[in-house]
Design a protein around this ligand. Structure first.
Ligand code: SF4
Ligand code: SF4
Length: 414
């Protein structure tokens, strides 16, 4: 049977593969997952979310946090042991230590230390670059780095995070989990008497050989026999270490994953906290899916420029109002739009081209004119609606209301 350590390495390499590989994946020419700082766009698996749609980003964060809370109530610190980047990076740092010792040879501690620090520094630069790829595309960053033309912000951020990650891996590692990580502090709030934990089986205390292999194997430096502790990251190395020690006596590990007090009935999941969190999570997930499905990747704003102009009533026989439109194509493909006007009889729409094309993921400012036959009105303005429609996808349509400026009737006319 594969040890927990082997399974955790499988999880760590899969995690590395996904985190490193994802920035290279492109959908419709854009990163699968990236927040572009200059344009404030969030690219999410084929969609481009603009800053005015930040609620999508908040929904994703909320879903993530509620999901982590739910998993914590059920499975304790499974995240810490199997998915947390800090744990994974610390595991890779230990792998680098072992490799450096192997390279240096026996008894050459100074050389082993220097090799390990050099490898850790290179590794930290790579990890920092991976982090930046979620903000700057790896294609741009790699080509600019080789051409020595990285921008000062990109280079400065890369340098800063490389040093930070190096210091973390060289001097902090699992101490971060015990002394800094807020999740480690909060987890006891989510735990209940039925949560999955790694525990020493007190009913088999007399079988313990007192070999301390579990303590030596623990990256957090704790003795799990003393009970659940905040430093424990659920890495399961103590389970493997004990299993190795007691297997010669044909016994199974005295330490293991246990739901609550280890009794069968404690494994039930339907307790109030789980039900409430599951409901909130399901509701948020439905809301998120609905928002994605109902999202219109198109928007526009209109403002009447004539309102700000003096001498509005100047053209003989005609009334002309000028409008400014900002049209946003939030899809990752070029789109052809047609503009229509309604609400005013015989209104004529004048613009340079209609339909018109807006390139993918960009916006354009347009000037349009509405022309009416000369007429006078009781009111100074009349309602007018612009409708913008995607020519190839007519259900993508938005209507905005604005006002048309009219001259007042003679008796009101100043
Ligand atoms: S007690 Fe066991 S599971 Fe907890 S951190 Fe130490 S080795 Fe990992
Ligand atoms: S490894 Fe197992 S047998 Fe050895 S001290 Fe720890 S719990 Fe006891």
């Amino acid at each position: 049977m594969m040890s927990f350590r082997s399974w955790r390495w499988v999880a760590a390499w899969l995690q590395a593969l996904v985190i490193i590989g994802l920035p290279f994946v492109r959908i419709h020419g854009q990163s699968a997952l990236r927040f572009d700082v200059p344009s404030l766009r969030f690219y999410f698996f084929g969609s481009s979310f603009w800053i005015s749609e930040a609620y999508f980003f908040l929904l994703i964060l909320l879903l993530f946090f509620i999901g982590v809370m739910l998993v914590t109530v059920l499975y304790g610190r499974i995240w810490c042991g199997w998915a947390c980047p800090q744990t994974t990076l610390s595991d890779f740092a230990r792998l680098i230590d072992n490799f450096s010792r192997f390279m240096a040879g026996r008894g050459r501690k100074a050389l082993s230390f220097m090799l390990s620090q050099a490898f850790l520094l290179i590794f930290s630069c790579f990890v920092a670059a991976t982090l930046i790829w979620y903000f700057v595309t790896p294609y741009d960053m790699i080509s600019e780095a080789f051409a020595f033309s990285l921008g000062p912000w990109t280079f400065g951020t890369w340098l800063f995070f490389s040093v930070l990650i190096y210091l973390n891996l060289a001097f902090v590692r699992q101490k971060f989990c015990a002394f800094v990580c807020p999740y480690a502090r909060l987890q006891s709030t989510f735990f209940d008497e039925k949560t999955l934990t790694i525990s020493f089986d007190p009913s088999r205390e007399d079988e313990c050989r007192g070999c301390e292999a579990c303590v030596e194997a623990c990256p957090a430096g704790i003795d799990i026999r003393a009970g659940l502790q905040v430093e424990c990251i659920n890495c399961a190395q103590c389970i493997d270490a004990c299993a190795e020690k007691v297997k010669r006596f044909e016994k199974r590990s005295l330490i293991g994953y246990v739901f609550g007090l280890g009794r069968e009935k404690d494994q039930q999941v339907s307790r109030p906290r789980v039900v409430w969190l599951s409901l909130v999570f399901a509701l948020m997930a439905v809301l998120f899916v609905y928002q994605i499905a109902a999202r219109v990747p198109l928007d526009f704003w209109v403002s009447n420029e004539t309102m700000r102009m003096a001498g509005r009533d100047t053209s003989p026989g005609k009334l002309i109002n000028r409008f400014s439109l900002r049209v946003e194509n939030r899809s990752l493909k070029p789109a052809t739009y047609k503009l229509r006007v309604s609400g005013l009889r015989d209104a004529e729409l004048l613009m340079s081209a209609n339909p018109f094309i807006i390139p993918a993921d960009s916006s354009e400012d347009l000037s349009v004119y509405i022309v009416l036959k000369k007429q006078y009105s009781e009111k100074e303005t009349a309602a007018l609606w612009f409708t913008l429609e995607d020519v190839h996808n007519p259900e993508l349509r938005i209507t905005r209301e604005t006002r048309f400026v009219l001259p007042l009737k003679k008796n009101n006319h100043r």
